[in-house]
Design a protein. Structure first.
Length: 390
């Protein structure tokens, strides 16, 4: 499974991300063609190799031929994305990133999301940065992303509402739960766009995982600092079956309408839970009850606890850490007479352990062609021949 580690020792921004991906091998002509599917006019993009404090890196630039005047709200940005010819997966990811920014802006200004009009964020360069990052990560086949702690810089930031200490308010809001620091560089090093993109993709922030590095890409920023203003991205494969620490959150509930549980489970999963499930238990005095269990990344623990308290009748939760050991996984596709189906392949030390068709793809085929789901599984499994999987 192709993995990337983002080393943000000098911050992160949308253009730095794209520059690093181009440095890793993303074809610029391909990127231009895909960005053309947004149907945005009046700009051109350039990519060139430059040297920042002795480090060779790639600088990605967007030049607007006609400046967009005025502001765009989230609805207008989503309309641009929905009307584009990008694939649905990319559209949804791009909209998810802009939703992050909109939620942060709405909280800062204490306005409903639909009343937020973006200033810098609604500009064409930000739309291109977000879409370009999503397109590039997908094209390079990067399925897992890890990130270092973020150097956010210090000093003051100038933006449409005036001056404010770095990180800017929207950036700080987006980075809640993410480890940040500064090393006395007086500059804004993390932009709202860079923060939204990396928090949408990164599984974990902190130390670099054990990985076999194949390539290293450097994306240049716009600043001249005491240190190289570049984003370094390591690209390769995880070295071995990975262990990680997760949170297990539990609550015993004996006084809640059972109709509420499916809603709670869905909300927990939508907000980052790795898994959530229910167990029938018997409590003191023979009272039947439900134990709600949630598996979560450490950084999401507080957020998920709040959902449990808001949405259930429990008065308390138990939280404890557990080591999670998992097989390496990758997704491949096979062709069937009903269309393509993704197949999940799990491995240990490069040895295949399991091969399973993706439920969503099989369910889609079953509904479309009105055939039993179990029959679709049988058909797909018969077609699975590893040398033919692409």
């Amino acid at each position: 499974m192709k993995t990337a580690y983002f080393d943000c020792f000098s911050g992160i921004s949308g253009d730095m991300i794209i520059g690093a991906l181009i440095d890793l091998g993303l074809n610029v002509d391909f990127l231009k063609k895909e960005l053309g599917k947004l149907n945005l006019k009046g700009y051109k993009i350039e990519s060139k190799n430059i040297v920042k404090n002795g480090i060779s890196s790639t600088k990605f630039d967007l030049i607007e031929e006609h400046k967009h005047h005025g502001e765009r709200n989230l609805k207008e940005i989503n309309k641009i994305i929905d009307n584009s010819k990008l694939d649905n997966e990319s559209k949804n990811t791009i909209k998810k990133i802009f939703q992050k920014i909109a939620v942060a802006e709405a909280k800062i200004h204490k306005k409903p999301i639909d009343k937020i009009h973006f200033h810098e964020i609604g500009a064409i360069d930000t739309i291109i940065d977000v879409a370009g990052a999503v397109i590039g990560l997908k094209k390079l086949g990067i399925e897992r992303i890890y990130c270092s702690k973020l150097n956010v810089g210090t000093g003051f930031v100038e933006f449409s509402h005036g001056k404010f200490p770095a990180p800017a308010p929207a950036t700080a809001e987006i980075l809640k739960g993410v480890p940040i620091y500064h090393n006395n560089i007086e500059s804004e090093l993390v932009t709202p766009t860079g923060a939204a993109i990396i928090t949408a993709f990164a599984e974990k922030f902190g130390e670099m995982p054990a990985m076999k590095v194949e390539k290293i890409g450097y994306g240049a920023g716009t600043k001249d600092l005491e240190q190289p203003n570049v984003l370094r991205v390591f690209y390769g494969e995880l070295d071995k079956m990975e262990n990680e620490t997760i949170s297990i959150i539990e609550a015993n509930i004996d006084n809640m309408n059972p109709e509420i549980y499916p809603y709670v489970i869905d909300k927990l999963m939508e907000n980052g839970a790795l898994d959530a499930y229910l167990t029938n238990i018997i409590m003191k005095k023979g009272r039947p009850a439900i134990k709600l269990t949630v598996l979560a990344e450490i950084k999401d623990t507080d957020k998920l606890c709040k959902i449990i308290f808001d949405e259930t009748t429990t008065l308390g939760v138990r939280i404890f850490a557990a080591e999670k050991r998992k097989l390496d996984r990758e997704i491949k596709t096979i062709k069937t007479k009903y269309g393509t189906v993704r197949v999940k392949i799990s491995k240990s030390n490069n040895q295949i352990q399991n091969v399973m068709p993706e439920y969503e793809d099989c369910a889609r085929i079953a509904k479309k062609y009105k055939i039993p789901l179990k029959k679709v599984h049988i058909i797909v499994k018969k077609l699975i021949k590893l040398p033919q999987i692409t």
